[in-house]
Design a protein around this ligand. Sequence first.
Ligand SMILES: [Zn+2]
Length: 139
Amino acid sequence: MEEQVIYHPDFFVIPEGGEKPYLIAFRCEECGKTWFPILPYCPNCWSEKFDKRELRKGKLYTYTIMYTPQKGIKPPLAFGYIDFPEEGVRVGAQIEVGADVEKIKEQIKIGMEMEVKAGVIREDASGKDVISYKFTPAV
Ligand SMILES: [Zn+2]
């Protein structure tokens, strides 16, 4: 097996035993605002106490196709923002839609339900695959 690096283990969870991966948002115990990703303190009230909230399924707010991404990322790829209205957070990530990104319009629509998925997001400087969260149409 090739070497892999799991990115953001403090807010991206890949459960053992086949359960679907999920993200962790942080809800301020003082003012109730929810943040993603983790912050050292709440920007709204300076509290350092947070409850963890699991983010599993959200709605696609918007997306774009990137042809000239950062180093280590293979173009073209889809990048989008997913809203979690209950928690009040918006998460940006790569969107996985199968082999042909150019056909994305046939596969996804603004507002559709998307779920968290683990996948290779880029290669690091030594050529290892970096695994992190992506979104894909919910099943
Ligand atoms: Zn707060």
